[in-house]
Design a protein around this ligand. Structure first.
Ligand SMILES: [Zn+2]
Length: 499
């Protein structure tokens, strides 16, 4: 086994896998065939290679080199699992992109349901659309459960005690400690969340916040009252103009933006890094409104990060991250810009009066999403740390209901879970983005988003690829990892107004 050759093969494998995934996701390819790619490279995803790398790790003294070997180890371990599960995953992906439902006599592709729920102003109709979606999801639940069970078996086969043990080591995370942080954030935002949610429910749903189903959360997320300030045709141009103003426009040629509307295109925006820094893809399906701008700037954060990665770094530090908390933080930083009243005045000609109203609304939605992820992580952690997979549906519904207040269907327990505690990556990004935001504002001023120095600062962070964990970055900037005070005071300052 030659580790450099292995690294080179991994880069080719990832290129092919990312490309395949993207083509299906954007609706340009009907059948997902990632299992073919896993099979093509199967000679590297072996237990023999894994134990040889493990031996290499234990005899390597240099911490930087050890870290690189560990990343390669966990990439191969993940692909060793992927090799066994890819064909089932492909079937699920293909199933969803082709699924259709009938609602009130009309045939609707599955991937059109969520955009419709997000925009339909009739309360009852949103529930009918949601029920149709549930019937599609329920059909693959047993297949998804089997995938989780298979994954657990393979994790044990590789010598890890359980799911938590495997991802703690792979992602360099203390999930038990993080679970406490999550509970603390939940408690400290309980009061403000209940207050604003009860108020919004009366205003928007015209009913008290009792027994409201979570499909209405999707509607609140993309609430239409400010849509005319965020025209669909301005989404991409605004992002491009901003990259010019901040001095990052030179990165755009490496980023291919796909904002086309195709019926089979998955509505969830995404960014691919098949070959950083040369080839990056940003995918979005605009439906109109603020949510599109958030999605594009979020993915834009990932894309600019990927396009800035230094070519001097070895491939592993360009692409093989321990976790995605770092790049999610860079995504959140840009996403949050689109509801900053100063940004709105500069780019979308919005008055500061309206800008502040938009900001309140956006903070409300942001807190709603945060509460959703607090619930998602606590459910996943409780389920996997206790090995209580059979309690999953109940824990999912109970925890989500506890944090969001919305009635949450048990059927979505696996559909609403991204593997490997991705929910924790997001939550770490939420905490860290609030800290970096504080730093940037103090250092580059209120109009930091048009200050070329912010651009230089970001480019420097981005250029380190995936070398750091986000907690290393905030420490270097003078903050304490997982200090949640910046995050929480943000909500209190904005949503607590008018009491
Ligand atoms: Zn992201």
């Amino acid at each position: 086994m030659d580790i450099l050759d292995l690294e080179d093969q991994l880069s080719k494998f990832i290129y092919e896998l990312e490309t395949e995934d993207r083509l299906v996701r954007v609706g340009l390819k009907d059948t997902a065939e990632s299992s073919k790619i896993y099979k093509k490279y199967k000679s590297i995803f072996t237990e023999k290679n894994l134990s040889e790398i493990q031996a290499l790790i234990s005899k390597t003294k240099n911490p930087g080199t050890r870290d690189i070997y560990k990343r390669i180890y966990f990439t191969i371990a993940g692909s060793f699992i992927g090799l066994a599960t890819a064909s089932s995953e492909d079937q699920i992906t293909t199933y969803f992109s082709g699924a259709k439902v009938k609602v009130a006599g009309e045939e609707i592709p599955y991937y059109e349901l969520m955009p419709r729920i997000s925009k339909d102003t009739v309360f009852e109709k949103r529930e009918r659309l949601d029920d149709a979606g549930t019937s599609v999801v329920s059909k693959v639940n047993s297949k998804r459960l089997k995938l989780v069970q298979d994954e657990l078996k393979l994790i044990k086969k590789l010598g890890f005690s359980d799911y938590v043990d495997y991802f703690s080591k792979g992602k360099k995370m203390d999930y038990a400690k993080f679970y406490k942080v999550v509970n603390k954030i939940t408690k400290e935002t309980d009061k403000i969340w209940n207050k604003v949610m009860f108020q919004v429910s009366q205003e928007v749903f015209k009913r008290p916040f009792v027994n409201i189903r979570s499909c209405h959360l999707a509607y609140l997320r993309s609430i239409s009252m400010y849509d005319n300030y965020y025209p669909k045709e301005k989404v991409v141009p605004t992002f491009l103009k901003w990259t010019q103003d901040i001095g990052l426009a030179d990165l755009i040629p490496s980023i291919q933006i796909d904002d086309r509307d195709r019926p089979k295109k998955n509505p969830r925006a995404v960014c691919y890094w098949p070959k950083p820094p040369e080839e990056i893809h940003l995918v979005i399906k605009p439906i109109g409104g603020e949510q599109d701008f958030e999605a594009l700037f979020h993915e834009g954060g990932h894309a600019l990060h990927g396009a800035s990665v230094s070519v001097k770094l070895p491939y592993t530090l360009r692409a093989l991250a321990h976790s995605n908390a770092l790049t999610e933080t860079y995504a959140f930083l840009l996403e949050d810009m689109v509801f900053d009243p100063d940004f709105l005045t500069s780019y979308l000609n919005v008055s500061s009066f309206t800008g502040n109203k938009i900001k309140w609304q956006a903070y409300f939605v942001n807190l709603m999403m945060l509460r959703r992820y607090l619930g998602k992580f606590s459910y996943e952690y409780e389920m996997f740390s206790k090995g209580a997979i059979s309690k999953g549906p109940l824990l999912y519904s109970k925890n989500l209901q506890r944090t969001t207040g919305f009635i949450t269907k048990r059927e979505n327990w696996l559909a609403d879970m991204d593997g490997g505690f991705y929910s924790a990556d997001y939550l770490r990004a939420w905490i860290s983005a609030a800290q970096i935001h504080d730093y940037i504002k103090r250092k580059f001023g209120k109009k930091w988003f048009v200050n070329g120095k912010t651009g230089e600062f970001l480019r420097k962070l981005y250029s380190r690829g995936v070398t750091d964990e986000i907690e290393d970055v905030v420490t270097r900037l003078g903050y304490k990892p997982w200090d949640t005070s910046y995050l929480i005071s943000g909500y209190r300052d904005v949503l607590g107004k008018g009491e």
